[in-house]
Design a protein around this ligand. Structure first.
Ligand SMILES: Nc1nc2c(c(=O)[nH]1)N[C@H]1C(S)=C(S)[C@@H](COP(=O)(O)OP(=O)(O)OC[C@H]3O[C@@H](n4cnc5c(=O)[nH]c(N)nc54)[C@H](O)[C@@H]3O)O[C@H]1N2
Ligand SMILES: Nc1nc2c(c(=O)[nH]1)N[C@H]1C(S)=C(S)[C@@H](COP(=O)(O)OP(=O)(O)OC[C@H]3O[C@@H](n4cnc5c(=O)[nH]c(N)nc54)[C@H](O)[C@@H]3O)O[C@H]1N2
Ligand code: SF4
Ligand SMILES: [Mo]
Length: 725
């Protein structure tokens, strides 16, 4: 290597459980190579088909490199360049005027995990919106429902370290498409398989993971609670439950057992569409081939009763004596210092209900300023027509901080160009493993791009906001996050991460919240801070939620503290069909008899990140509707036909593919496509924004509880039937 070549360590920013550690080779200031870090055990030198060509994204000719001001109608995408000072001044003026007129809540931040980097995703922006008194966004589109389902049973939503799946004898991938969405876990699954473990997938769809499994259990969508009750019923009937252990470990076992006994095996079979023999066999395999692991992730939370499903799977782990695995995010939330302001008194808006928040004429104060960063709501939020109607409002001032002219950015008044992961500093947590990484900037920001943090620093200064931490540097925030003093961060310093790139949290091997009902807490005063902190309060719920009931502090002071989690919680649980499902509202199900699931399906997509990039599109390069042969035939549809997919919320046109992967009554479409120039409509034009669960603030959207009807598109009908006149 010549003197101008260097290798810079970092980690992938994507909303993906794997958070790969990477190395960027830089020559004369230009990134020329990117590869997975071969030393990081989970990454093991491999990135993925989405991110292998990431440098093409960084240097893509369509990168936004200058601030832009809209000159055409909203949505059309016509902009003129403007300089940074003018853009910041205009935004500050518009925010200042709106807040003076309506109060701070008229401002709505809208962001998600476009980057998972803790600093670029949150901290400074959170402080900025708190100082402004803005409406608080409940970021509940992903993970929070599953969080609550797991917490209902475990007291905390901490599953075991996923890498321990390697030593299981039975692996149940329950509603998770590991090979596609969590590919770096697959080698651990294969290791177990090589040692004789059986791999079972429970999924209504025959995914690529299901096809690689030993056994694909294919229930009707959304019926998993009935499946779990059926399994528990079989375990109970056959004397396979260690009642003494369950009673000692958990409360609510008699109530759960009563529910399982009340649902006959016959009913469980008819609700789930599975054979009784399959439910029996699944129960026996889990029971006889221990250690068993039940691995859930996110997808099945996207249902009206997604929390019940996640709760049921966790409860089954307790009853059957299996290990339970899910997102590892909470380990990091527990370990890192909490350096953002606590939730304020301002109103909250659930992000799934963006369409309603922007179009509800009775909302007081109205949302008149939308600041969007790290999220592409025009493509990813359910009930797209309503979202777009909101974004079209002339009296809404919209700022979009983006890398590309996304479907959302086209509706902005001002677009601010932002850096990619190799252009800024960040601290990365993970939700699929226990490694923390430091992402060092490898190259200078392209064009006039600025990191999110710098944009919010400038806006805070222009608005002369008075709150602490609004001028903190990115490095300061990283250091502060690491300074909790929590034992899981023992020995993990900024300098060590700068040297090595990553470190495993110091969670003892084999630690599990199912069995170790004692979780360490950060000391009341972290070393060197001199101030009280809530660092590492594992009981605090995500964004703006009241804490679930907690156990007892076992100690306090600057020495070791821990929290006893008390007994596991079982209790009654019952299958409830979603309103928008075949078993739900009969009128709706008659008009729209097909359940639509809009899946993460493409190996080269990561949510909406790559849907607008030619070389990431599949062949043929269009979204498709998969439909079973029976449903297609009943509608006169053959493979390749252009079809209209519709319901009461919207319609779209696409090509049908006859699929033997689907049960009749179920159709699927891939998620993550952009609408582009033509017509900003994607699968989310159809999806259900109803927020599930018993608490509208908790739930994710019922994306997968969407009913539709499908027919031949009018032009195809003409071809099929001959000209009609
Ligand atoms: N129909 C349907 N809809 C879904 C889902 C589904 O399965 N089906 N899944 C849901 C789920 S689970 C999720 S998580 C969401 C994902 O929704 P999003 O979080 O919106 O998805 P992404 O496409 O990952 O990221 C959005 C944008 O972040 C931008 N970005 C990346 N890095 C940065 C940065 O450093 N700064 C800024 N300002 N921007 C950045 C990218 O350019 C990208 O346009 O979608 C949800 N919507
Ligand atoms: N390639 C790729 N990887 C990704 C993403 C991506 O867009 N592309 N997105 C990332 C994000 S944001 C997330 S949240 C994760 C999600 O990771 P996963 O949770 O693994 O993925 P999903 O596809 O959302 O859902 C998993 C499976 O749940 C099934 N499912 C849906 N409803 C039910 C149900 O009622 N019961 C059962 N048993 N199964 C059900 C679906 O058919 C699907 O196959 O993936 C991440 N990784
Ligand atoms: S998207 Fe996921 S698998 Fe791909 S490089 Fe990033 S973290 Fe790794
Ligand atoms: Mo997600």
């Amino acid at each position: 290597m010549n003197a101008a070549t260097s290798v810079v360590r970092g980690a992938c920013h994507h909303d993906c459980p794997d958070t790969c550690a990477w190395e960027v080779t830089v020559r004369d200031g230009v990134a020329v190579n990117l590869r997975g870090d071969p030393r990081q055990p989970f990454t093991d030198g491999q990135l993925c088909p989405k991110v292998n060509p990431f440098l093409d994204r960084v240097y893509h000719p369509d990168r936004l490199l200058r601030p832009l001001r809209r000159v055409g109608p909203k949505g059309e995408g016509r902009f003129e360049p403007v300089d940074w000072d003018a853009a910041i001044t205009e935004i500050a003026d518009r925010i200042g005027t709106a807040v003076a007129q309506h109060g701070g809540e008229t401002v709505l931040p809208y962001s998600l995990d476009g980057t998972q980097g803790l600093v670029q995703k949150g901290v400074l922006a959170d402080r900025f919106f708190a100082a402004l008194g803005a409406t608080q966004l409940n970021r509940h589109i992903c993970g929070v429902t599953a969080w609550h389902g797991a917490a209902d049973v475990l007291g905390v939503p901490l599953g075991a370290d996923p890498t321990e799946i390697a030593s299981a004898r039975t692996i149940v991938l329950w509603g998770t498409n590991t090979l596609l969405t969590n590919r770096h876990l697959w080698p651990y699954v294969e290791q177990a398989h090589g040692n004789g473990a059986s791999v079972i997938v429970v999924d209504p769809v025959s995914t690529m993971t299901a096809q690689r499994s030993d056994w694909h259990v294919q229930p009707r969508p959304g019926t998993d609670v009935a499946l779990v009750l059926g399994i528990i019923g079989v375990l109970d009937r056959d004397g396979l439950i260690d009642e003494e252990r369950v009673r000692a470990a958990a409360s609510g076992w008699p109530e759960l057992r009563a529910e399982a006994r009340a649902l006959s095996l016959d009913s469980a079979a008819s609700i789930t569409g599975l054979a009784e023999a399959d439910i029996i066999s699944l129960a026996h395999r889990i029971s006889h081939q221990q250690p068993a692991v039940l691995r859930a992730l996110i997808g099945m939370e996207h249902r009206e009763h997604g929390q019940d499903i996640h709760r049921a799977v966790a409860a089954l782990a307790v009853v059957s004596g299996s290990e339970y695995m899910r997102s590892t995010q909470v380990y990091f939330d527990t370990a890192f210092a909490d350096i953002v302001p606590p939730p304020g008194p301002q109103r909250t808006v659930n992000m799934s209900a963006l369409g309603a928040a922007l179009t509800d004429a009775t909302l007081q104060p109205p949302v008149t300023v939308l600041v969007n960063y790290g999220c592409n709501p025009a493509a990813i939020t359910p009930d797209q027509n309503r979202v777009l109607a909101g974004l079209e409002r002339d009296d809404l001032f919209t700022v979009v901080i983006e890398q590309f002219m996304t479907d959302t950015a086209r509706y902005a008044d001002i677009v601010l160009p932002t850096t990619t992961q190799i252009e800024h500093l960040d601290l990365m947590n993970a939700w699929g493993h226990l490694y923390v990484s430091l992402n060092l900037p490898a190259i200078e920001p392209l064009g006039e791009c600025l990191p999110n943090t710098e944009i919010f620093r400038r806006l805070a200064s222009a608005l002369t906001l008075d709150a602490s931490g609004l001028a903190d540097s990115d490095e300061q925030m990283v250091r502060d996050l690491l300074a909790s003093g929590h034992p899981w961060l023992d020995g993990i310093t900024y300098e060590r991460l700068q040297r090595d790139g990553w470190a495993r949290l110091a969670v003892p091997a084999g630690w599990s919240a199912l069995t170790d009902r004692e979780v360490p807490l950060a000391p009341a005063s972290p070393p060197g801070s001199g101030t009280e902190t809530d660092a590492g309060d594992l009981e605090s719920a995500p964004a703006g939620r009241p804490a679930p009931p907690s156990g007892q502090d076992a100690g306090s002071g600057a020495v070791a503290r821990s929290r006893s989690l008390g007994p596991l919680r079982l209790g009654p649980i019952r299958y409830r069909p979603a309103a928008e499902s075949a078993d739900g509202d009969a009128n709706l199900a008659e008009r729209y008899p097909l359940a639509l699931m809009s899946l993460k399906q493409h190996q080269r997509f990561l949510n909406s990140h790559y849907g607008g990039f030619e070389h990431h599109l599949p062949d043929p390069p269009h979204p498709r509707l998969d439909i079973s042969a029976a449903d297609a035939e009943a509608r006169g549809i053959t493979g390749g036909d252009r079809v209209r997919v519709y319901n009461g919320r919207g319609e779209l046109f696409t090509n049908a593919v006859i699929s033997d992967r689907l049960q009749p009554g179920l159709v699927t479409m891939p998620f993550g496509w952009w609408a582009g120039d033509a017509d900003a409509r994607t699968v989310n034009v159809l999806t259900n924004a109803a927020v599930g669960g018993d608490d509208p603030d908790v739930g994710s959207a019922g994306f997968h509880d969407t009913l539709v009807e499908v027919e031949l598109a009018p032009d195809e009908r003409q071809t099929a039937n001959g000209p009609s006149s």
